[in-house]
Write a protein that binds this ligand. Structure first.
Ligand code: MIC
Ligand code: SF4
Length: 658
């Protein structure tokens, strides 16, 4: 039978289950990646699982999120990650070497491999034909130990690309256009697969931008074929040995097909405050801006920065605009330093940041109150910049630079008319600069005894979840609306440095909903926990979208949250909830959302029994005496994990049973 590319790779890695959309499957993972903000807990959990060395073909630990080092926390994490990686057989990419997805694409990803990463933008490597999936740190820890990754066998959305992008129209505009069509909701359990004549007009870095931001649609991953463009990129990275052609069968059928003619696209922008709030740049042109940042794992490749530099040659940024550039990797930074492009950026007025996530995860560069910030990033969730009420637009580097020159949102196609600036054609370089000296190889097995794992005092082993109660006696701690992101649940920014200290980090759970003078979510949660009452979160559609951070489950668990009742819950977050023994429940009838209010006392009799083998629970609102039906959409393995008291306990139990 004709197969999609996705199913071809899945078939080669399938160990458990059947390749039928919606059925639970377990797949073998070839490569893993972790980053410092999720990796510290990931490695602590890996250690508690008792496996000494990773069992994968390749595992890489990156330090790219928490690099600001205000206080000792970040550096403590870095040293722990460096030493535990050496000991457990993991490559370690040191701070300054670049953003995990960019470096992985350049130096490690290979077509046809499965890659599991503790970061939601792991799908970036789909740009090179790798089946790259984001997950919580605990799931990645299990995969590092040789365990399978479990998910629902996906539906495949085929995106047929035809035509060729016009000058000034970019890969970012392709994915923004698609986000406008598919939106951030309703795509759980799908993979987006690109095919068609237009694919071969796109370079690997362009494909990576598209695959990267597919994460915003809530899909499992996005993937491109592996073709002569892939080979060209791998040759330039001196890694052509890992190349292999990979395509969908020509007669493969998709669950849904979207067609995009690249030639018809125009510059697009995601307006505040959601990546799917899409408008053509021409419609919003003229809005005054005060900040432009080029960077993040979406748009900070060599090609992106060369374009920015060439556009700025002999020009200056508007004096009312603050302009920053964060190169995606040290490879990119060194190359633009060597060829003089960096000088062009500096001369134009750019502030050069280190190769790391930086402003994308709220590490500085919060825009001024009420001002507009244009970024080439992938997320503009409210407050993510660190400024309450922020107005952040997501655009291509071309639109960002055009706007930085003009001081207002500008369609780059107008630059010729406005400033006489023609389109600079940027080509892939003759070769990339290869220097892996900031990637440390693991210490060989026979020498591990000489490695001392450094554990600073700010690294706290997370508490284990409590077992599921037979009857849940609970109280609604918070009722929130649709599209609650993990940034709402567990903010990063200024609090990111507490990632390795759950008790401290938990103080900021739902920080954005705390009201001055009122007890915080954390205080209320802990007070209920002391009284033996389980905390309950009630939410609308797409609860937990965005990042893969398992702290959005771990910290609520620490505060005594036992269940989330929502209209729908996003894939990675749902898995994280289960891993930390919080029961994900969906309203059987979404209108029942209106039948619960904050502070209502809730009883769910027979919760553990229902988790064992039922698909529904009866939720009794004791405040109103109303009964509501809640759906349990759980695989057999999900049930076992919940009943065992979370993934760690489940993994131990399985090891004992063996
Ligand atoms: C993000 O872009 O939101 C992050 C920060 O990279 C997260 C991971 C994290 O919270 O550490 C992600 O995308 O998963
Ligand atoms: Fe880092 Fe931003 Fe990419 Fe997340 S989205 S990995 S914070 S650059």
């Amino acid at each position: 039978m004709a197969q999609t590319l996705t199913y071809k790779i899945l078939a080669r890695h399938l160990v458990e289950g059947e390749l039928k959309a919606g059925h639970p499957i377990g797949i073998r993972i070839d490569q893993t990646l972790t980053q410092d903000a999720t990796g510290t807990t990931g490695f602590l959990l890996f250690e508690s699982m008792g496996t000494a060395r990773v069992q994968t073909e390749l595992s890489v630990s990156y330090v790219d999120h928490n690099t600001a080092q205000f206080g000792p926390e970040n550096h403590n994490d870095h040293l722990y990650l460096q030493t535990i990686a050496a000991k457990s057989g993991v490559y370690h990419s040191r701070p300054g070497n670049g953003i995990c997805h960019q470096v992985h694409l350049e130096r490690f990803a290979r077509p046809g491999a499965t890659l599991l990463g503790s970061d939601s933008h792991t799908p970036t490597c789909g740009g090179i034909g790798c089946l790259a999936i984001g997950a919580g740190g605990m799931d990645v820890a299990v995969a590092m130990g040789g365990g399978l990754f479990y998910m629902d066998c996906p539906k495949v959305i085929g995106v047929e690309l035809t035509g060729k992008l016009a000058d000034w129209v970019t890969a970012k505009d392709v994915i923004l256009k698609l986000l406008g069509i598919l939106t951030t909701k309703g795509n759980v359990g799908c993979v987006v697969e690109y095919f068609g004549k237009g694919v071969e007009t796109l370079t690997v870095p362009q494909r990576a931008t598209i695959a990267n931001m597919g994460a915003e649609m809530g899909v499992t991953t996005s993937i491109f074929p592996s073709d002569k463009r892939t080979l060209e990129f791998l040759e330039l990275q001196r890694r052509d040995g890992v190349y292999g052609p990979l395509y969908a069968d020509p007669e493969a059928s998709y669950d849904r097909t979207v067609r995009l003619n690249l030639a018809e696209l125009e510059p697009m922008a995601a307006c505040p405050s959601s990546p799917d709030n899409i408008e053509p740049v021409s419609q919003i042109a003229g809005r005054k801006i005060h900040q432009v940042v080029i960077g993040s794992c979406t748009n900070s490749s060599y090609m992106d920065l060369m374009m920015a530099a060439r556009m700025l040659e002999d020009r200056k940024i508007d004096p009312m605009v603050e302009f920053a550039v964060a190169p995606g990797s040290r490879q990119v930074l060194e190359m633009i330093a060597q060829n003089g492009a960096l000088t062009l950026l500096i001369a134009a007025g750019a502030r050069i940041l280190e190769s790391a996530c930086g402003p994308c995860i709220g590490q500085g560069f919060s825009p001024g109150s009420g001002t507009v910030s244009l970024r080439t990033f992938n997320r503009n969730f409210a407050g993510r910049t660190g400024t309450p009420g922020d107005q952040c637009y997501l655009v291509s580097p071309e639109t960002a630079v055009a706007s930085a020159i003009m001081g207002e949102i500008t369609d780059p196609r107008d630059l010729k008319r406005l400033m006489g600036i023609g389109y600079p054609k940027i080509k892939l370089p003759q070769e990339f600069l290869i220097d892996d000296s900031m990637i440390e190889k693991p210490v060989p097995l026979d020498q591990v005894s000489r490695v001392e794992v450094l554990r600073g005092p700010t690294i706290i082993v997370p508490e284990s979840p409590k077992h599921l109660p037979e009857k849940l006696d609970g109280q609604v701690l918070l009722k929130c609306g649709d599209k609650i992101t993990t940034d709402h649940i567990m903010p990063a920014g200024a609090f990111l440095k507490y990632r390795s200290n759950a008790p401290q980090y938990s103080k900021y759970v739902f920080h954005c909903f705390n009201e001055e003078g009122q007890p915080t979510f954390a205080e209320r949660g802990l007070s209920l926990k002391k009284q033996g009452i389980g905390g309950i979160i009630v939410a609308g559609e797409s609860y937990g979208q965005g990042s893969s951070r398992e702290h959005a489950a771990l910290c609520p668990m620490y505060l005594g949250v036992r269940a989330v009742i929502a209209k729908s819950i996003e894939r990675i977050h749902k898995a994280n909830l289960i891993n930390f023994c919080i029961v994900p429940i969906e309203f059987d009838n979404p209108d029942d959302y209106d039948a619960v209010s904050v502070n209502d006392r809730i009883e769910i009799a027979g919760l553990a029994e229902a988790v064992k083998h039922l698909d529904a629970v009866i939720i009794v609102n004791q405040a109103t005496n109303v009964q509501i039906k809640g759906k349990l959409t759980l695989s057999a393995r999900d049930r076992d994990i919940l009943l065992a008291g979370g993934l760690l306990a489940y993994t131990h139990k399985k090891a004992m049973d063996r």
